[in-house]
Design a protein around this ligand. Structure first.
Ligand code: FES
Ligand SMILES: [Fe+2]
Length: 381
């Protein structure tokens, strides 16, 4: 048996019990009121909560060299996340301290050479956000420059990802939030991986509808029947809460045979672990790569989708490149975009119609229940 995260041994035992019909469903049927997708006040609270929690914004390989920077607005606040000259990660509001101009204009990855020069009146900041020059400073006789550095937000590197909290401050207890994922993610050594490609999209749907699509194993045999559906045996899965997050594993074709004959070479060939990092990140451990996708609400009925396909090493040959191209095409374009996000837009169209006052969920949709519970608990708090 290959080396793999020990947590998978337990997950395989649980999944085997599911296949053998020995596990009771973790929850009974439940309903979700459709007004939870249309209530503007609730939506504003959710957006506020998203800015108070750690969210993955990049893989470390995307911010590896000094000066590499990500301009990121999708959390509803203009942010820049960068690697400074000493090699430390910094995250700051991308907002001038004079009259508030956004400093770096284009969203996405860029290179910061010296620092940030505001186009409006020329205030100048170094790469760590320190205000270094104010043109005609005598116009501000009482200005304390040190009090006008760019405003930091907490940033943290763990499991090969860059996590940000979009609220002013330097400190956040990332560890208590992320520790429940340690046993699963640490052994994957994703910090040595690279991103093959980032796929982004905006779609007309509420963000919770998208999260639900990735907390639901029930749809795979139907919605994905022409793409990845056939890779899975009977679409059986085991799911559980992992702190605020959700951990699942689903059996691939050959799962039962491999278990029966004790012929497991690589667990990822016979079962696919998937996670939702609360609140808005989807993580899928495919046989030879991983997918990390984050869902950002832009408005109550629109999302921004960001998916990084993460591979063990940069492709060295045309054959390797073609292999990852095929996977990207299948997963990002075929499955996520044309199937999952497509169906979410279809649901959105029906949400406000009055056809359903409640959405009905079965026992296999248990993770949706846990995720909503966690969300409600945190909103109440
Ligand atoms: S707003 Fe940036 S220098 Fe005036
Ligand atoms: Fe799906």
């Amino acid at each position: 048996m290959s080396t793999h995260p020990p947590v998978y041994d337990r997950l395989l035992r649980e999944l085997t019990a599911v296949y053998q019909g020995r596990l009771k469903p973790p929850v009974s049927e439940f309903e979700i009121p459709t007004k939870c997708y249309t209530d503007e006040a609730l939506f504003e609270e959710e957006r506020r909560l998203l800015r108070e929690l750690p969210v993955v914004v990049a893989h470390v390989s995307q911010l590896a060299s000094p000066g590499s920077c990500l301009v990121h607005d999708a959390l509803g606040a203009p942010l820049m996340i960068l690697r400074n000259r000493e090699g430390a990660l910094r995250a700051m509001f991308n907002v001038c301290r004079h009259r508030g101009t956004r400093l770096l204009e284009d969203e996405g990855f860029c290179k910061v050479r010296k620092g940030f020069l505001c186009r409006y009146h020329g205030w100048n900041y170094d790469i760590d956000g320190k205000l270094v020059n104010v043109p005609k400073q005598e116009l501000f006789p009482s200005l304390e420059k040190e009090a006008h550095n760019l405003v930091s937000v907490p940033v943290h590197e763990r499991f090969g990802f860059v996590w940000v909290v979009a609220t002013p401050g330097d400190d956040y207890d990332f560890d208590s939030f992320l520790d429940p994922l340690e046993a699963d993610l640490q052994p994957l050594k994703l910090d040595t991986h690279v991103v093959f490609r980032r796929g982004t999209a905006t779609r007309r749907t509420n963000w919770k509808i998208v999260m639900e699509a990735f907390l639901d194993g029930y749809h795979v045999r139907h919605l994905h029947k022409n793409t990845v559906g056939p890779y899975f045996q009977d679409h059986q899965s085991f799911t559980e809460a992992a702190g605020p997050h959700v951990r699942s594993i689903v059996g691939r074709s050959g799962f039962s045979d491999a278990i029966e004959n004790d012929a497991i070479e690589n667990i990822r060939d016979i079962a696919t672990p998937t996670y939702v990092f609360f609140p808005n990140t989807i993580f899928v451990v495919q046989p030879d790569f991983v997918s990390r996708a984050t869902v950002y609400p832009l408005s109550i009925d629109e999302i921004y989708w960001e998916h990084d396909l993460i591979i063990p090493e940069a492709p060295k040959t045309e054959k390797a490149r073609a292999h990852w191209e095929l996977n990207y095409e299948l997963i990002q374009n075929g499955v996520f975009d044309k199937e999952d996000l497509w169906v979410c837009e279809q649901i959105q169209k029906g949400i406000g119609s009055g056809a359903n006052e409640f959405l009905t969920c079965g026992t296999e949709e248990a993770p949706i229940y846990w995720w909503h519970e966690e969300l409600s608990k945190r909103l109440r708090a």
